[in-house]
Design a protein around this ligand. Structure first.
Ligand code: PLP
Length: 405
């Protein structure tokens, strides 16, 4: 068991413990949050909400940004904006945290899982285009899955681990059938695809600011878009769909999805440090690369020439045959030495929560899931802590003596 899992909430970690990712709070967070407390502007309106939205829109390069209570809520609203309805299908990555698939179910639609490609571990554009071309038909009005007969209504590529999805082929296929593209950029703030910030390349993008993300508000999210109508609708739906603020008239079912001013204040302070955080993550990735590249049985993450990755979650693959240790055993050995690591998520086509009649096979996602392990990569990871990770990992992979537990 990982040592951190044994901790009571709020308890300090053991001495010398190296966590996977912890927030970095070293800017104006206290100052801005204190200002909210001192002025009583703690709730879901306030100048920090406006400022945070502006900062994220500027960074994403979109005209509009709407703050939400978390990234999953942003995805839920994005699906509603895209017109996804009950019994529609949405093409989505199989190798991802579960939230986008859940959000698809919130609107009563069905996820269709597309496998990952083996190089950058993102949704495979060729597989997605192949599905559209060969497993769907155009009925004159909409694209339909030949097998289920259901309408395919949107595409939801998930940029995982801070590296972009290769979006151009996906956008091209989407344009052919007028399918909206919803970017799950929750792990991709600060990353770029062919020079464009993630979240701004598709029709709508979603960010998360939960505790392990590159910037955090404790919990929070943002929806970004260039579409004025969608932005207004998102603002409406996230604030209980209030049509008359005096008489409290509501013409639609809305949601209480707004971020508080208190959390937005923290978000503003975090955004001020984003460039520094991205550079820190990239430096951690460079150091890991130099130190680990020649070890047997380990494959390091690549950055495509069309990508600017933040290396948000530094993840490697362990080739069990070459290294004679599998990823889970390695995880346990590292945990026993107070180094916290993590496997990737169970691919969603395997998730008991998403057992649908006909889960497609996604062999690349399965293999990546078996082999992947994410290494400590907090923005504030010290070089001595990183050296310690490298040292223990190298000894385990080379089967040299490691200090007994
Ligand atoms: C890929 C992905 N999508 C969606 C989410 C959901 O974000 P949140 O936790 O803010 O709801 C997360 C992170 O938690 C994520 O990693």
């Amino acid at each position: 068991m990982n040592p951190v899992e044994k901790l009571a909430p709020g308890a300090p970690p053991p001495a010398d413990f190296i966590p996977l990712i912890v927030p970095e709070i070293r800017g104006n967070e206290w100052k801005y949050v204190r200002e909210c407390l001192d002025t009583n502007w703690v709730s879901s309106v306030g100048s920090y909400v406006d400022r945070f939205e502006k900062m994220v829109a500027e960074r994403a390069g979109t005209r509009y940004a709407i703050a939400t209570v978390n990234g999953t809520a942003a995805l839920h609203i994005a699906l509603l904006l895209a017109g996804v309805q009950a019994d529609d299908e949405v093409l989505v990555s199989s190798l991802t945290f579960i939230a986008p698939a859940n959000a698809i179910r919130y609107v009563g639609a069905w996820p269709v899982f597309i496998d990952a490609e083996p190089t950058y571990w993102q949704i495979d554009p060729a597989g997605l285009v192949d599905f559209i071309d060969n497993s769907c038909r155009w009925d004159g009005e909409s694209l339909r899955n030949r097998r289920t007969g259901r309408r395919v209504k949107a595409i939801l590529p998930v940029h995982i681990l801070g590296h972009p999805v290769d979006l151009d082929p996906i956008l091209e296929a989407a344009a052919k059938y007028s399918l909206p593209v919803i970017e799950d950029a929750t792990e991709g703030l600060g990353a770029r695809y062919r020079g464009r910030s993630l979240g701004s390349v598709g029709h709508v993008g979603c960010f998360s600011f939960n505790g392990n993300k590159i910037i955090t508000t404790g919990g929070g999210g943002m929806l970004v878009t260039d579409n004025a109508e969608w932005a207004a609708r998102a603002r409406y739906l996230t604030t209980q769909a209030k049509d008359d603020p005096i008489e409290y008239v509501h013409n639609a079912i809305g949601y209480n999805y707004r971020l508080t001013n208190l959390l937005a204040a923290m978000g503003c302070a975090q955004m001020e440090q984003l460039d520094m955080f991205v550079e820190a993550k990239r430096q951690i990735a460079r150091r890991y690369r130099e130190a680990l590249i020649s070890l047997p049985g380990i494959h390091l993450p690549e950055e495509a020439d069309w990508a600017f990755s933040t290396f948000w979650m530094y993840t490697v693959l362990i080739d069990e045959k070459e290294s004679r240790i599998d990823s889970r055993e390695l995880l346990r050995e590292l945990a026993a030495r107070k180094i916290q690591t993590r496997p990737l998520w169970q691919p969603i086509h395997r998730s008991p929560a998403h057992t649908i009649a006909d889960n497609p096979s996604c062999p690349n996602s399965d293999a990546l899931y078996r082999q992947a392990i994410s290494l400590p990569c907090s923005v504030g990871l010290s070089s001595s802590a990183q050296n310690q990770v490298v040292d223990v990992l190298s000894r385990l992979l080379l089967r040299h003596d490691v200090s007994p537990v």
